[in-house]
Design a protein around this ligand. Structure first.
Ligand SMILES: NC(=O)c1ccc[n+]([C@@H]2O[C@H](COP(=O)([O-])OP(=O)(O)OC[C@H]3O[C@@H](n4cnc5c(N)ncnc54)[C@H](O)[C@@H]3O)[C@@H](O)[C@H]2O)c1
Length: 309
């Protein structure tokens, strides 16, 4: 149904998304502000494709890179598109302008998806487009070529049939898309992740454990089960009565702060994480590249194992 895909924004996410579309056999146009940026995006897409192929998560396909073309001209780039995914900077005004342009350029039936991680699609699309029914969020997770989840968020005006068609399409891209029925902050998975982050920071704040031990507890405990064992499957397995009695003891003592004081303090001290070399960790001493490699290797191994089961 969707054969020609345009990805707007050839950065970290756009390049990964383009790689998945090309591997699914689509003709992909990758568009960015300059041809150099787009070409860099295509090179990143090639790295993603190689990683998937070398690890048996994608079939050898000598024509795959020929299916990705580069453009710096939005109008040209969407000329034949029957699906458009926006992955430009996380800036509301820029996204609204882009949705307005895409809405004017594209025939009314072409879905326009935003890969926004933190914004509501309502805020991006409501005032910007004349055909809101074809707009929705399609939130790919980093790294977009490895993480199977895509959250498709419908807002009040999204046509459910179009969202279902997009969901079914993304299944053919070897993704595991989910439909999120309302456009609330945090979509679906970020609501869960942010609750974990709030409590993880709170545990450090109250001196219950170090940042390192918090991360070990998550990775070596619940985290290692998660690819094959969701939290609600867990609840049903242990029994709701038991789980409820644990919750009665534990929930009242958890952080319920709307803001996160531990993280606020770090931000005030300009300890912004890896980019500032200081956050919860000292990144002069800890190796981010090695961590990313371990993460990717684990995701690959877990996905290969899950395919076998
Ligand atoms: N990085 C993540 O972890 C992550 C995860 C999920 C979703 N997202 C979301 O994906 C989107 C892109 O994030 P990213 O990390 O790939 O950013 P990025 O900075 O790596 O890439 C953004 C790209 O968009 C291009 N761009 C900006 N304005 C443009 C325009 N008007 N026309 C064409 N191209 C334009 C930039 O030149 C850049 O190459 C954001 O909305 C972000 O929130 C990011």
């Amino acid at each position: 149904m969707f054969e020609n895909v345009t990805v707007v924004g050839a950065g970290m996410m756009g390049s990964g998304i383009a790689s998945m579309a090309a591997l699914a056999g689509k003709q992909v146009v990758l568009v960015d502000c300059s041809i150099e940026q787009t070409q860099r995006g295509k090179e990143k897409a090639a790295v993603c494709i190689r990683e998937l192929q070398e690890n048996g998560l994608a079939s050898p396909d000598s024509g795959v890179m020929d299916r990705i073309t580069c453009s710096e001209n939005l109008e040209e780039a969407v000329k034949h598109a029957d699906l458009v995914i926006e992955a430009i900077f996380e800036n509301l005004q820029l996204k609204q302008e882009m949705f307005g342009k895409l809405d004017r350029l594209l025939p009314a039936q072409v879905p326009i998806l935003s890969n926004t991680s933190g914004m509501r699609i309502t805020d991006i699309a409501a005032k910007a487009v004349c055909h809101p029914e074809r707009t929705m969020t399609a939130h790919f997770w980093l790294p977009a070529h490895l993480v199977p989840l895509v959250e498709i968020v419908l807002w009040e005006k999204t046509d459910r049939e179009i969202a279902v068609a997009v969901r079914d399409e993304l299944k053919n891209w070897d993704k595991q898309p989910v439909l999120v029925n309302r456009d609330l902050p945090g979509q679906l998975a970020n609501r869960i992740l942010q609750a974990i982050i709030r409590e993880a920071a709170n545990i450090v704040e109250i001196g219950l454990a170090s940042a390192e031990d918090v991360d070990i507890a998550v990775k070596a405990g619940m985290g290692i089960r998660f690819p094959a064992w969701g939290p609600l499957e867990h609840v049903d397995a242990v029994g709701l009565d038991l789980c409820l009695s644990v919750q009665e003891n534990v929930l009242p003592g958890l952080s319920s702060e709307a803001n996160n004081p531990a993280m606020q303090r770090l931000v005030e001290q300009e300890k912004l994480g890896y980019k500032a070399k200081r956050g919860f960790y000292n990144w002069e001493e800890k190796d981010m590249d090695a961590l990313v490699k371990t993460r990717n290797d684990f995701i690959i191994a877990a996905r290969r194992q899950l395919k076998k089961i």
